[in-house]
Ligand binder design. Structure first.
Ligand SMILES: [Zn+2]
Length: 438
């Protein structure tokens, strides 16, 4: 059993917290390929705190899935680790700490909440900017102590969120009118959110290293919730219709838009401003994601649409689609729960059970005929090719196709598709599922 820790600016001096566990190998912030290079095996424990993302390719979901499949335990917290853990909790990655919990619940949605500019290892991984999440938690504390009004706190968050993460500094806040007092106030209550969670991850890493049950103590996240749903609905109805249901995209988009309208009604009220001719876009504006000038598609929203959509649809339709796909739900209002309910009441569970049974039979058959075959051995590029054929998108558009069907990312979609690969590839008619759900 080996223990690894990928850490950088969130906790520049991690060994202080090891409490005598001197076998832990400390590695710099993780990037693509680093997990594969470890050749993880059963019993290994890998803690991910920091990761690179701008300058190089970030650690891939499938590397983490691979490590989990090989029997390693993967923990994530604070920064890149929290983001990946929120996405991969249903597959067994374990998240630790408040930031992870907030991403997993949908309370935090933007990756740049945890992003900072920092010096390199030689210069001690010093952070040169603050992560938005720390400001957020600090302001919550100040509001709780009645040292700041909720209105002022909200304004500050909105202002800092509009800046690029490379510009978020206390100096900048201090340069405003009455800035010196504001800065002193913030510093007196500052919560170093990433450091706090990084320390909690190390506590997990050093405590009872040998007993990490696969999926026991995962907090109840939107992902776990969706994963459980799959089991509750008599097998795999939700997953199968997400993958194969014709028109599932429309059902998903409709449910997300219902949730956005409900959120707007409860959070913003009827008097909120309405610069767009569309309730969904107006709420995106209330939440600070769109400005009224965004009638053409802003570049940051382009990746949410496929090329075919770009070419053929009017700007407001494109905006509406992109906003719907970018939206993350709260755990108690997942479109998945509602989708599963509607699939069940439309009487589709039996058909899904049938598909699942066929897939299982074909996989067992292949396993008995082909030595060494398992669904895990199907190469990722084959899965990606099948998925792009199924959804009529280019392989590099699978992220978008995944979001359209309610998966958090392409890797999660491909992992869900894996057990059905042989069936869908060689018996496509068996998975051509019609979906008539109101
Ligand atoms: Zn609103």
């Amino acid at each position: 059993m080996r223990r690894f820790l990928f850490v950088g600016p969130s906790l520049p001096d991690p060994r202080r917290y090891f409490g005598g566990a001197d076998d832990i190998r400390v590695l710099p912030p993780v990037k693509a390929g680093d997990l594969l290079a470890l050749e993880p095996g059963p019993g290994d424990v890998i803690g991910i705190i920091d990761g690179l993302f701008h300058q190089v390719r970030s650690v891939q979901h499938k590397e983490i899935l691979h490590a989990l499949q090989r029997g390693a335990t993967v923990l994530g917290a604070a920064s890149m680790g929290a983001l990946r853990a929120a996405e991969l909790a249903p597959f067994g990655m374990r998240g630790v700490g408040r930031i992870f919990a907030d991403f997993a619940s949908g309370r935090l949605t933007a990756d740049d909440e945890v992003a900072v500019v920092h010096t390199d290892r030689e210069h001690g991984f010093r952070s040169l900017t603050f992560p938005l999440v720390s400001l957020r938690y600090t302001l919550e504390r100040l509001v709780g102590l009645e040292r700041m009004s909720p209105r002022e706190a909200e304004g500050l968050i909105r202002e800092m969120r509009a800046l690029h993460y490379t510009d978020r500094t206390l100096e900048r806040l201090g340069g405003r009118p009455r800035g010196a007092a504001l800065r002193a106030c913030l510093e007196s209550a500052w919560i170093d959110a990433k450091q706090d969670d990084a320390i909690r991850l190390i506590e997990e890493l050093t405590r009872h290293p040998q007993v990490f049950p696969e999926l026991r103590d995962v907090p109840d996240t939107i992902y776990l919730h969706a994963w459980r749903l799959g089991h509750e609905t008599g097998g795999h109805t939700l997953r199968i219709y997400q993958l194969f249901g014709r028109g599932y995209e429309e059902l998903h988009a409709r449910l997300v838009q219902d949730a956005i309208r409900a959120e707007c009604a409860s959070r913003c009220g009827p008097a909120a401003s309405a610069p767009f001719p569309d309730a969904i876009l107006n709420h995106a504006h209330h939440e600070g994601y769109l400005v009224p000038d965004d009638t053409a598609l802003p570049p940051r929203l382009r990746p949410w649409l496929t090329e075919r959509e770009h070419a053929g649809e009017p700007p407001l339709t494109l905006l509406r689609k992109a906003v719907t796909r970018a939206y993350r739900m709260l755990p108690d209002v997942t479109p998945d729960a509602e989708a599963a309910r509607r699939l069940r009441s439309a009487g589709l569970a039996a058909r899904a059970r049938e598909v699942h049974g066929l897939a299982t039979a074909i996989n067992l058959n292949a396993q008995s005929r082909l030595p060494g075959f398992s669904v895990e051995s199907i190469p990722d590029d084959r899965l990606a090719q099948l998925a792009s054929d199924l959804y009529g998108v280019r392989p590099d558009e699978l992220e978008t196709a995944a979001r359209m069907r309610g998966f958090s990312c392409a890797d999660v979609l491909l992992a869900a598709l894996r057990p059905y690969y042989l069936l869908a590839k060689y018996n496509p008619e068996t998975v051509a599922l019609s979906l008539d759900v109101s």
